[in-house]
Design a protein around this ligand. Structure first.
Ligand code: SAM
Length: 337
């Protein structure tokens, strides 16, 4: 029918132009729009002048932001941060996702532009797109020190929102010694040490990430309640622990590499896996599938189903497996011996 065709056309065009909405968001971040409106609203010409932008271009970008719900428009014509932007885009908000957006709008978007190559070849496009010499995912992600810091900040931002739900999904108070393997800047580990004050929490990370965490991610004057150990989880033994946490680590890697990492956790009594989990058929939901395509194009892994995680944990000796879905995009899976 005509009505169906109209709806289908509209949905197709929305999908085809979705990248333009992303680009408006990335560009507004890059040009400093959200910073210039924090804390006070401004009208278009004042904002354009403050940021050195063409007034007409700025007006179009600002109205696009408003239509996307990123900005509000007052009756006096002034633009202001929307409540969502105040929480998630204002650089000073404790829940800001600005580094995440820079990472997604930078390296991730660049490799997605070669999604066809990734699908044809079944491997990441980092050498072609970013000019790195290997397909080891972190050679690209950590190509330069600023890029390493950006990725660490992006990973950290996630936990400003989701550490609480993920760490409270199971009562972890019985585990005294906890090791967050590939724990980045230590944000999840710090939240864990605070939530379970009796615990002794260590982050195991690459030596470069450990150095950057210690130099750039300590809150002034505040000693982190966690320790860091540097190493390579494909070569070095992990620090002994009762509980090993692996958050967004397994999805970077293929099954063989995951088995190697998990093999090093055998001394523990349990694993906490934190990942975006695919539905039982592995065909959805869309956010997890898109993340899986990102792992193909940018890393060396994929998202997995609960059954796949259960099998991986069992193969490493952790046979009692439970999955819980707290608030937010990640499932928590506790696997015990
Ligand atoms: N777990 C953190 C989180 O969820 O925020 C970080 C997840 S990030 C996708 C994967 C982490 O694995 C990175 O911080 C990276 O530095 C670390 N990693 C990669 N290869 C590693 C290796 N060979 N040994 C130790 N850590 C490694």
């Amino acid at each position: 029918s005509e009505a169906e065709l109209d709806g289908d056309f509209q949905r197709l065009m929305e999908l085809a132009t979705a990248f333009m909405g992303s680009q408006v968001l990335f560009t507004a971040c890059e040009l400093g729009v959200f910073d210039a409106l924090d804390p006070a609203p401004r009208d278009g010409p004042a904002l354009a002048a403050a940021l050195g932008l063409d007034p007409r271009g700025a007006g179009l970008l600002l109205d696009a932001c408003a239509e996307l719900g990123l900005l509000g428009r007052g009756p006096d014509g002034a633009y202001a941060l929307s409540p969502a932007s105040r929480q998630l885009l204002a650089a000073r908000s404790p829940h800001t996702q600005r580094a995440t957006l820079s990472f997604l709008g930078g390296a991730t978007r660049a490799v997605w532009a070669r999604l066809g190559g990734a699908v044809r070849e079944g491997r990441n496009q980092n050498p072609e797109v970013l000019g790195v010499a290997t397909r080891e995912p972190f050679a690209a992600i950590y190509r330069t020190e600023p890029e390493r810091l950006l990725f660490m900040r992006a990973m950290q931002e996630t936990w400003s929102l989701w550490a609480g739900p993920v760490l409270a999904a199971f009562d972890l108070s019985e585990f005294r010694v906890i090791c967050d393997v590939g724990g980045g800047s230590g944000a999840l580990a710090t939240a864990c040490a605070r939530l379970y004050p009796g615990s002794d929490v260590t982050v195991f990370e690459t030596p470069e990430v450990v150095a950057a965490a210690q130099e750039h991610f300590r809150e002034p004057g505040e000693a982190p309640p966690i320790r860091f150990v540097g190493g390579d989880f494909f070569r070095s033994p992990l620090p002994p622990a009762d509980l090993y946490i692996l958050a967004r680590v397994l999805h970077d890697w293929g099954d063989g590499a995951c088995a190697e990492i998990l093999g090093r956790t055998r001394g523990g009594s349990a694993l906490l896996l934190v990942e975006a989990v695919l539905d039982p058929e592995g065909r959805g939901p869309l956010p997890a599938l898109l993340l899986s395509l990102t792992m193909l194009a940018q890393a060396a892994g994929r998202e997995r189903t609960e059954a796949e995680f259960r099998a991986m944990a069992a193969a490493a000796g952790f046979r009692h497996f439970r999955l819980r879905c707290p608030r937010g995009p990640f499932a928590a899976m506790l696997a015990r011996k």
